[in-house]
Design a protein around this ligand. Structure first.
Ligand code: BES
Ligand code: ZN
Ligand code: ZN
Length: 473
């Protein structure tokens, strides 16, 4: 893991290249304050303060230089507005000339994180050392570093191929975090899983022995604190099962544990910040594989909660494993349940890759999450839980089916299925997230991505303590 703490350091008067941030409104006034050589250079570069034109280096004596960069709004920095600089500038220390980085520190850090576990040549620029950002707000450093680590954890876990990240390795990832923060881990597998969590066992039973299904649970925090449950879909690979996916649909399905990665990263943030809660993390981890003993369309499985589920489509496996995990979460009587899942293609059709779909049975919780998503530039978009669609999940012979015959409102119907397994009066938020970026941007490379993670952490921080996460200005 990138050593993020070495990339954001306290200002002790050390030498640092100044970075001037301007926008199209402030550029002219700022330019007037600069020496004539600067103005000539900027003119030659046709630098006019419009964002999109990244930066110009302004030479000074010897090897000294300053940097000017155009951002969308120099008064309200986005988390990503320093990404291009952090990626491109030469090795050395830098400091914003007129302000503190605030939320932009996150992008500075993440822009220097690479997923290079599978490259012989470890970095594209092995000769270039770190770009260090100096800040006058040292009290905020730890929280930003933890956020960068959490986002990088999601990215790395999602990017790791399914051959190297099955249920067993996902369990190891949870154990590694538990060790860091001092949490207990419990793993249920084998006979106990079949008896206690029949849906998780059924979905995972076609996988090879090394990739056997399991429920991974982590508990952290003072049991006297309010209890919250965080659940994540951990399908380490989704072939679709017997209702097999076409090649195009299967290609990215190593990312189908993206919900689990988000849940684990959220747990790391909560514990890292010592939020006064008792956290219960639940990750049902399976491979949705194909074999002679695979779950079949038409099979009926009795869930942990007691409802019989008829399998309409084995590719709607995420909701099955989540059902048993949500039941278990509810048994702990938490005051809040949050789940993350790469649950439906339909959520992507509705909202595209940037916006996780948020479903909630509680308006206050949904409003908090929407607001903190906006405030932390990690937007989420609420979609309805629409009770009339319950009937789409009717089964001819069982209590319910896992999918509807029609593709209409696919993400809503999936949420309706989950709702059956959540205690009625427990505030619950469900994120149908993509966990992936199809096109890279500075600080946000193509591949696994954390979407909605910072939004949820900010909302929980607001709920359970006064202090704000640092990346919100
Ligand atoms: N993991 C997929 C959903 C998915 C696909 C998420 C592509 C992100 C990108 C899920 O298990 C699935 O296959 N869902 C089906 C449900 C259908 C069979 C009712 C879907 O969305 O098509
Ligand atoms: Zn599926
Ligand atoms: Zn899936």
């Amino acid at each position: 893991m990138t050593d993020f703490a070495s990339l954001l350091v306290a200002d002790r008067g050390q030498k640092a290249h100044p970075i001037h941030l301007v926008d199209k409104n402030s550029f002219e006034d700022w330019a007037k304050t600069r020496p004539a050589e600067d103005r000539a250079l900027l003119k030659a570069h046709r630098f006019d303060g419009k964002s999109g034109f990244a930066f110009v280096i302004l030479p000074r004596k010897g090897d000294e230089f300053e940097v000017v960069s155009a951002v969308a709004d120099a008064r309200e920095l986005s988390p990503w507005c320093l990404g291009k600089l952090s990626e491109s500038l030469p090795e050395g220390a830098y400091k914003l000339a007129a302000r503190e980085p605030g939320p932009a520190a996150l992008g500075w850090l993440l822009a220097q994180h690479r997923f290079d576990a599978y490259r012989a040549k470890k970095s594209e620029e092995p000769d270039r050392g770190p770009r260090v950002l100096v800040t006058g707000e040292p009290a905020k450093i730890d929280a930003v570093v933890r956020e960068a680590e959490a986002v990088a954890l999601v990215r790395d876990l999602v990017n790791t191929p399914a051959g190297d990240l099955g249920p067993a390795e996902l369990e190891q990832a949870v154990r590694a975090q538990a060790e860091r923060v001092g949490a207990e881990v419990r793993v249920t597998s084998g006979k106990e899983l079949e008896e206690g969590y029949p849906l998780i066992a059924a979905v995972g039973r076609a996988a090879s022995k090394e990739h056997a299904p399991r429920l991974i649970e982590l508990e952290w925090g003072d049991p006297k604190n309010p209890r919250i449950a965080v659940v994540g879909k951990g399908v380490c690979f989704d072939s679709g099962g017997l209702d097999i996916k076409p090649a195009s649909g299967m290609r990215l399905m190593k990312k189908d544990m993206g919900g689990a990665a988000h849940a684990l990263a959220l747990a790391a943030l909560i514990a890292g910040d010592r939020l006064p809660v008792r956290l219960h993390l639940l990750i049902p981890a399976v491979e949705n594989a194909i074999s002679g003993n695979a779950l079949r369309p038409g099979d009926i499985v009795k869930s942990r909660q007691g409802l019989h589920v008829e399998i309409d489509n084995t590719d709607a496996e995420g909701r099955l494993i989540l059902a048993d995990a949500l039941t278990k979460a509810g048994e702990g009587e938490p005051e809040l349940i949050v789940d993350f899942a790469t649950l439906t293609g339909a959520a992507r059709v509705a909202l595209g890759p940037d916006l996780p779909a948020l479903f909630s049975n509680d308006d206050r919780l949904a409003d908090e999450l929407t607001r903190s998503g906006k405030d932390s530039t990690d937007p989420v978009w609420r979609m309805p839980i629409w009770d009339a669609y319950d009937e789409m999940l009717k089964s001819d012979i069982a209590d319910l089916a896992n999918a509807a015959g029609s593709p209409m409102a696919g993400a809503v119907v999936a949420a309706m299925f989950l709702k059956r397994f959540v205690p009625k009066d427990t505030p619950w938020a469900h994120f149908d997230t993509y966990a992936w970026r199809d096109k890279g941007k500075p600080g946000r490379p193509k591949g696994g991505e954390a979407l909605g993670l910072r939004a949820v952490f900010a909302a929980l921080s607001d709920r359970y303590e006064k202090s704000q996460p640092s990346t919100r200005g």
